[in-house]
Design a protein around this ligand. Structure first.
Ligand code: ADP
Ligand code: MG
Length: 138
Protein backbone atom coordinates (compact mmCIF):
# COMPACT_ATOMS: atom_id res chain seq x y z
CA UNK A 1 0.00 0.00 0.00
CA UNK A 2 1.21 3.45 -0.92
CA UNK A 3 0.42 6.88 0.55
CA UNK A 4 -0.11 10.17 -1.19
CA UNK A 5 -1.16 13.70 -0.33
CA UNK A 6 -3.97 15.38 -2.19
CA UNK A 7 -5.49 18.84 -1.92
CA UNK A 8 -8.81 20.20 -3.11
CA UNK A 9 -7.43 23.64 -3.97
CA UNK A 10 -9.28 26.91 -3.19
CA UNK A 11 -10.98 26.91 -6.62
CA UNK A 12 -12.34 23.41 -5.95
CA UNK A 13 -13.73 24.52 -2.59
CA UNK A 14 -15.30 27.63 -4.22
CA UNK A 15 -16.85 25.46 -6.95
CA UNK A 16 -18.34 23.15 -4.30
CA UNK A 17 -16.71 19.99 -5.67
CA UNK A 18 -15.03 18.69 -2.48
CA UNK A 19 -17.38 15.72 -2.34
CA UNK A 20 -17.04 15.04 -6.05
CA UNK A 21 -13.22 14.91 -5.79
CA UNK A 22 -13.31 12.67 -2.71
CA UNK A 23 -15.84 10.39 -4.38
CA UNK A 24 -13.68 9.94 -7.47
CA UNK A 25 -10.70 8.93 -5.31
CA UNK A 26 -12.85 6.57 -3.24
CA UNK A 27 -14.23 4.95 -6.40
CA UNK A 28 -10.62 4.20 -7.41
CA UNK A 29 -10.12 2.34 -4.13
CA UNK A 30 -8.30 5.07 -2.21
CA UNK A 31 -8.91 5.26 1.56
CA UNK A 32 -8.76 8.56 3.39
CA UNK A 33 -6.29 8.25 6.27
CA UNK A 34 -6.34 11.92 7.30
CA UNK A 35 -8.34 14.96 6.19
CA UNK A 36 -8.94 18.58 7.20
CA UNK A 37 -9.88 21.99 5.85
CA UNK A 38 -7.25 24.70 6.21
CA UNK A 39 -6.66 28.21 4.90
CA UNK A 40 -2.93 28.58 4.22
CA UNK A 41 -1.04 31.80 4.60
CA UNK A 42 1.15 32.86 1.68
CA UNK A 43 4.21 31.68 3.65
CA UNK A 44 2.64 28.28 4.31
CA UNK A 45 1.80 27.92 0.60
CA UNK A 46 5.41 28.85 -0.25
CA UNK A 47 6.67 26.12 2.10
CA UNK A 48 4.39 23.56 0.53
CA UNK A 49 5.45 24.44 -3.04
CA UNK A 50 9.12 25.24 -2.27
CA UNK A 51 10.26 22.90 -5.11
CA UNK A 52 8.73 25.41 -7.54
CA UNK A 53 10.28 28.52 -5.96
CA UNK A 54 12.37 29.36 -9.04
CA UNK A 55 9.44 28.99 -11.45
CA UNK A 56 7.93 32.14 -13.00
CA UNK A 57 4.46 31.21 -11.73
CA UNK A 58 5.52 30.72 -8.07
CA UNK A 59 4.20 34.03 -6.74
CA UNK A 60 0.83 33.74 -8.52
CA UNK A 61 0.54 30.09 -7.50
CA UNK A 62 1.15 30.80 -3.82
CA UNK A 63 -1.29 33.77 -3.93
CA UNK A 64 -3.88 31.40 -5.38
CA UNK A 65 -3.19 28.63 -2.86
CA UNK A 66 -3.61 31.10 0.01
CA UNK A 67 -6.71 32.78 -1.50
CA UNK A 68 -9.20 30.65 0.43
CA UNK A 69 -9.66 27.42 2.31
CA UNK A 70 -8.62 24.12 0.83
CA UNK A 71 -9.08 20.50 1.88
CA UNK A 72 -5.88 18.54 2.48
CA UNK A 73 -5.96 14.76 2.73
CA UNK A 74 -3.65 11.78 3.04
CA UNK A 75 -4.80 8.85 0.91
CA UNK A 76 -3.70 5.25 1.06
CA UNK A 77 -4.15 2.53 -1.54
CA UNK A 78 -2.50 0.43 -4.23
CA UNK A 79 -0.33 2.63 -6.47
CA UNK A 80 -1.91 5.62 -4.74
CA UNK A 81 0.45 8.20 -6.31
CA UNK A 82 -0.20 7.07 -9.89
CA UNK A 83 -3.89 6.34 -9.30
CA UNK A 84 -4.55 9.78 -7.84
CA UNK A 85 -2.58 11.58 -10.57
CA UNK A 86 -4.44 9.66 -13.30
CA UNK A 87 -7.76 10.56 -11.67
CA UNK A 88 -6.68 14.23 -11.53
CA UNK A 89 -5.58 14.49 -15.18
CA UNK A 90 -2.81 16.58 -16.74
CA UNK A 91 -1.70 19.83 -15.04
CA UNK A 92 -3.20 21.91 -17.85
CA UNK A 93 -6.91 21.06 -18.16
CA UNK A 94 -6.65 21.62 -21.93
CA UNK A 95 -4.34 18.59 -22.04
CA UNK A 96 -6.27 16.51 -19.51
CA UNK A 97 -8.02 13.33 -20.63
CA UNK A 98 -11.81 13.13 -20.75
CA UNK A 99 -13.36 12.13 -17.46
CA UNK A 100 -10.53 13.43 -15.29
CA UNK A 101 -11.13 15.90 -12.46
CA UNK A 102 -9.14 18.68 -14.13
CA UNK A 103 -10.85 18.18 -17.51
CA UNK A 104 -14.26 18.32 -15.87
CA UNK A 105 -13.76 21.20 -13.41
CA UNK A 106 -10.53 23.20 -13.92
CA UNK A 107 -10.47 26.67 -15.51
CA UNK A 108 -6.76 26.91 -16.40
CA UNK A 109 -3.25 25.55 -15.77
CA UNK A 110 -2.94 27.42 -12.45
CA UNK A 111 -6.44 27.02 -11.03
CA UNK A 112 -6.68 23.31 -11.63
CA UNK A 113 -8.79 22.13 -8.68
CA UNK A 114 -6.57 19.44 -7.23
CA UNK A 115 -3.05 18.50 -6.13
CA UNK A 116 -1.48 15.04 -5.93
CA UNK A 117 2.04 14.08 -4.83
CA UNK A 118 4.39 13.06 -7.65
CA UNK A 119 6.71 10.60 -5.82
CA UNK A 120 6.99 8.68 -2.53
CA UNK A 121 9.55 11.26 -1.31
CA UNK A 122 7.26 14.20 -2.01
CA UNK A 123 4.31 12.31 -0.49
CA UNK A 124 6.28 11.89 2.76
CA UNK A 125 7.23 15.57 2.82
CA UNK A 126 3.73 16.76 1.95
CA UNK A 127 1.85 14.48 4.39
CA UNK A 128 4.12 15.52 7.26
CA UNK A 129 3.78 19.18 6.18
CA UNK A 130 0.08 19.08 7.10
CA UNK A 131 -0.44 16.17 9.52
CA UNK A 132 1.23 14.87 12.64
CA UNK A 133 1.29 11.19 13.60
CA UNK A 134 -1.77 11.47 15.85
CA UNK A 135 -3.88 12.80 12.98
CA UNK A 136 -3.16 9.93 10.57
CA UNK A 137 -5.23 6.75 10.65
CA UNK A 138 -2.94 4.00 9.29
P1 ADP B 1 0.99 19.15 -10.92
O1 ADP B 1 0.08 19.84 -9.93
O2 ADP B 1 0.21 18.54 -12.06
O3 ADP B 1 1.93 18.17 -10.26
P2 ADP B 1 3.28 20.97 -11.17
O4 ADP B 1 3.86 20.26 -9.97
O5 ADP B 1 4.13 21.09 -12.38
O6 ADP B 1 1.88 20.31 -11.60
O7 ADP B 1 2.86 22.44 -10.76
C1 ADP B 1 2.30 22.70 -9.49
C2 ADP B 1 1.13 23.63 -9.68
O8 ADP B 1 1.61 24.89 -10.17
C3 ADP B 1 0.09 23.20 -10.71
O9 ADP B 1 -0.84 22.25 -10.22
C4 ADP B 1 -0.56 24.51 -11.05
O10 ADP B 1 -1.49 24.95 -10.03
C5 ADP B 1 0.66 25.46 -11.04
N1 ADP B 1 1.26 25.57 -12.38
C6 ADP B 1 1.99 24.63 -13.04
N2 ADP B 1 2.40 25.07 -14.24
C7 ADP B 1 1.93 26.35 -14.34
C8 ADP B 1 2.01 27.36 -15.35
N3 ADP B 1 2.67 27.16 -16.48
N4 ADP B 1 1.40 28.54 -15.11
C9 ADP B 1 0.74 28.78 -13.96
N5 ADP B 1 0.63 27.87 -12.96
C10 ADP B 1 1.20 26.67 -13.15
MG1 MG C 1 3.45 18.57 -8.90
Amino acid sequence: MEKTLSIVKPDGVRKNVIGEVLSRFEKKGMKISAIKMIHMTKKQAEGFYYVHKERPFFSDLTDFMSSGPCVVMALIGENAIKTVRETMGATNPEDAAAGTIRKDFADNVEQNIVHGSDSPESADYEISYFFNQLEIKE
